[in-house]
Design a protein around this ligand. Structure first.
Ligand code: NCD
Length: 326
């Protein structure tokens, strides 16, 4: 598949966030991910769909899961990839990012997957280079592929997203995962709640149409699924939460608390987890946890996004899956 042959891509050039995607666009990414799931189950986990496409993974912030997931997705579609890591201290926002991008462009690339500590960095880059930019997390702004894999996992288990009740528990204020999930879930017609210490819940949540729960017990009673966020330990110093023990005692998702739910809840967590803080081990490893399925789905969703941005058509994804690596 060549980029020039691409018909009007359903997503545009970049994937910066979920906020401005339509329900149709989100659904088409999720549907495209379906046939790609199977490729990772094969003995030879590779199709030639993105052969000849060069992708740079540009990570200005630490990441294991997301970076590796993108790398697997790229390799399973036979793209050529280069990884660039940059420590926060050595990179200044703005000019340096443009310079980095210009240098990459000069080497003739097709796509950049970028994680950056600054909100807005992905859009900034996308506006300045002709290559497709995929946001792998920008500051506290968005983490679109995480929300897409969360929605795929929810859809797998709940059958649909519309009408389902999903509550995001924890540090919503600083979480790009929460923002992307809220936008996506609302667009697909879910009811969305957030729950956490008042210091970690931004005040504009209600305006978005999100329900705020002040007690985790109430959230558990209401929701079909909980998406539990990492308590970002770096926030502790800023005084947002009194102590880890206190946090676990009041907000922790524990088996005892879940036992009070009218029906078993689906448990999601984007990782990395702080076991015994925001989530207890017996919940994380329990029968209703889909945390590892999220990781598996992450590769398929990223394959779908790469495929669509490279000009692939959602309805042709099944055919792409059937191609063989020569
Ligand atoms: C999230 C992130 O980096 O935004 N993790 C991830 O993508 N695997 C959530 C987090 O760091 O808490």
């Amino acid at each position: 598949m060549s980029r020039s042959a691409a018909a009007a891509p359903a997503l545009g050039k970049d994937l910066v966030g979920i906020e401005h995607l339509s329900a149709r666009q989100i659904t088409s990414i999720l549907d495209t991910a379906e046939p790609f799931k199977e490729i990772s189950e094969r003995r030879i986990k590779k199709v030639p769909t993105l052969r000849g496409i060069t992708i740079v993974n540009l990570f200005f912030e630490a990441s294991t899961r997301t970076r590796i997931s993108f790398e697997f997705a790229e390799k399973r579609l036979a793209a050529d990839t280069v990884n660039i890591g940059a420590s926060r201290s050595s990179v200044a926002k703005g000019e340096t990012l443009v310079d980095t991008a210009r240098n990459l462009e000069a080497m003739k690339i097709d796509m950049v997957v970028m994680r950056h500590w600054a909100s807005g960095a992905a859009r900034f880059l996308g506006e300045r280079i002709p290559s497709s930019v995929i946001n792998a997390g920008d500051g506290a702004h968005e983490h679109p592929t995480q929300a897409l894999l969360d929605m795929l996992t929810l859809r797998d288990h709940l059958g649909a997203i519309a009408g389902r009740r999903v509550c995001i528990v924890g540090d919503v204020r600083h979480s790009r995962v929460a923002r992307s999930n809220i936008f996506g879930l609302l667009t697909l017609g879910a009811e969305v709640g957030v729950c956490g210490p008042p210091t970690l819940i931004p005040p504009h949540m209600r305006e978005l149409g999100v329900r705020i729960f002040h007690r985790v017990e109430e959230a558990i009673e209401w929701a079909h699924a909980l998406n539990v966020l990492r308590l970002q330990l770096e926030r502790m110093e800023a005084g947002f939460v009194p102590s880890l023990r206190e946090y676990n005692r009041i907000w922790g998702v524990s088996r005892a608390r879940l036992a009070a739910a009218p029906e078993p809840l689906l448990i999601l967590h984007p990782g990395p987890m702080n076991r015994g803080v925001e989530i207890d081990s017996d919940v994380a490893d329990g029968p209703h946890s889909v945390i590892l399925e999220q990781v598996t789905n992450g590769v398929a969703v990223r394959m779908a996004v790469l495929y669509l941005l490279a000009g692939g058509r959602p309805e042709k994804a099944e055919a792409a899956k059937a191609e063989e690596v020569a």
